[in-house]
Design a protein around this ligand. Structure first.
Ligand code: AMP
Length: 436
């Protein structure tokens, strides 16, 4: 974090209550997004922050927010943070709880999936900050339980995710009912066109703060790429990694589908990892199961979490030792989100990716996104399973489709390629860096 070396939290002009809380939280130095965003927010600017979780972006808006609100005042909410999921709402709530402990400022978390009575009660008791999912905020507002006339700061967190999840109509409704004179902050892990349009609509003369994925991925995480011929060899490699290394003590294993997640989980639980040390989560698992598994993982009660991308965004799990991309993600930003689970807030982690020949196309795209080549590594001494005819056909067909996508005139090399050896066919473009 070269550009922040000289900046301390004292330099950011935070008050004593906040400096004490920051010190107790164990933050020694502001992260880049904090040292850039905090002075701008304190000066009253609208800010557009492009930063993923893991960069310290929550504290980057929470600290100046607390500084602005100063102490409890009246009963009505003055700052609103909108987040896409219940998990993120609770996580932001925890950051506020930690950093606001000496300010007396009151906050509450609102989200769906459970009854609203207690949440309404907490709003009635008087709050300075509400952290909420858009839908639940609007529900409670429409019951006339939230007075918004003192609301002067609005934060849209994980804006890209909120748009992906279709929250735009609810957000528009909220913008219609809250005071127009306010400070707006928008944070997003990625900056696709739709977020750009939203920011143009929502922010007034914003100052942009960007922590590039490149900086995050290369600075915090050691990345490794293994070229693997087929599914079974991937399983052997996973088994080898988890068996051989004691430092693989908090590992997230990412798969593309629920089925693979379940299969990998069953295999590991039967043969490699004690049952009580491993869990699997994906979209078919209930909210409570997911939250419990996340909490057990966060607390260190389990050491391996097998998961699809439902959990790859947003959720803060500190000190993940390793992220293993059993499957390469097809939504390339998910690579950044996945590996953002490790090497968080100044502790290094390792992200290990398994690449079949059909994945090479996707890896190239990911490397373009993160603006670096992921270093390859030789396979350790494991059994290399033969590639079945069917699996080979599937991969070759996939490669044909990828070529067609790039070049609509491409005729298809499927038949002529059929007889080529799978493993040794790697193109020379990566030179000696990536051996098969
Ligand atoms: P976030 O990007 O907001 O999800 O934060 C990721 C993690 O970094 C959280 O566990 C924070 O507690 C931690 N964190 C935030 N700021 C700092 C800092 N300046 N120094 C060390 N850890 C931090």
């Amino acid at each position: 974090m070269e550009n922040t070396a000289a900046i301390s939290f004292e330099d950011l002009k935070l008050n004593r209550q906040l400096l004490n809380a920051v010190a107790e939280a164990g933050y020694k130095q502001p992260t880049p997004v904090q040292s850039q965003a905090i002075p701008l927010i304190l000066a009253g600017h609208d800010v557009l922050g492009i930063a993923q979780t893991g960069t310290g972006k929550t504290a980057a808006f929470v600290l100046p927010l607390l500084m602005k609100l100063k102490y409890p005042q009246g009963d009505h909410v003055r700052a609103l943070v909108l987040s896409p999921t219940r998990e993120l709402v609770l996580q932001t709530g925890e950051v506020i709880e930690t950093l606001a402990r000496y300010t007396g400022l009151r906050h509450t978390c609102l989200y769906g999936g459970i009854g609203a009575t207690r949440q309404i009660e907490s709003v009635r008791n008087g709050v300075d900050i509400i952290v909420s999912t858009p839908g639940r905020f609007m529900d409670i507002y429409l019951k006339n339980e939230i007075t918004v006339k003192h609301l002067n700061t609005l934060v849209l967190d994980e804006a890209d995710k909120m748009m992906d999840m279709g929250f735009m109509p609810q957000i528009r409704k909220i913008l219609e009912v809250i005071p127009t004179k306010r400070q707006n902050l928008l944070f997003s892990a990625t900056f696709p066109e739709k977020v750009e349009r939203l920011s143009a609509e929502f922010l007034e003369y914003p100052t942009r703060v960007e922590v590039s994925p490149q900086a995050t991925t290369s600075q915090m995480v050691d990345q490794v790429l293994f070229r693997v011929p087929n599914f079974r060899t991937k399983v052997f490699l996973l088994e080898h990694l988890l068996r051989q290394n004691e430092d693989f003590n908090r590992v997230m294993v990412f798969t593309r589908t629920k089925e693979t997640a379940n299969n990998i989980y069953k295999f590991l639980e039967r043969k490699v990892i004690p049952e009580e040390k491993i869990r699997v989560i994906h979209a078919n698992k209930g909210q409570n199961t997911r939250i419990n598994a996340m909490n057990d993982f966060k607390n260190g009660d389990i050491s391996v979490l097998v998961t699809t991308d439902v959990t790859s965004r947003g959720i803060d799990v500190s000190e993940v030792s390793h992220v293993i991309n059993f499957d390469v993600p097809l939504i390339y930003e998910d690579y950044v989100h996945r590996i953002g689970r490790t090497g968080r807030a100044n502790s290094r982690g390792q992200a290990i990716t398994f690449m079949t020949m059909a994945d090479e196309y996707h890896i190239k795209k990911i490397e373009a996104l993160i603006r670096m080549e992921i270093p390859g590594q030789d396979l350790p001494d494991i059994t290399i399973a033969p590639t079945s005819f069917e699996e080979k056909q599937v991969m070759l067909r996939e490669i044909d489709n990828q070529r067609r996508r790039e070049d609509p005139d491409f005729q298809g090399a499927f038949h002529e390629k059929k007889s080529r050896p799978v493993q040794k066919s790697a193109p020379a473009r990566r030179g000696s860096k990536r051996k098969s």
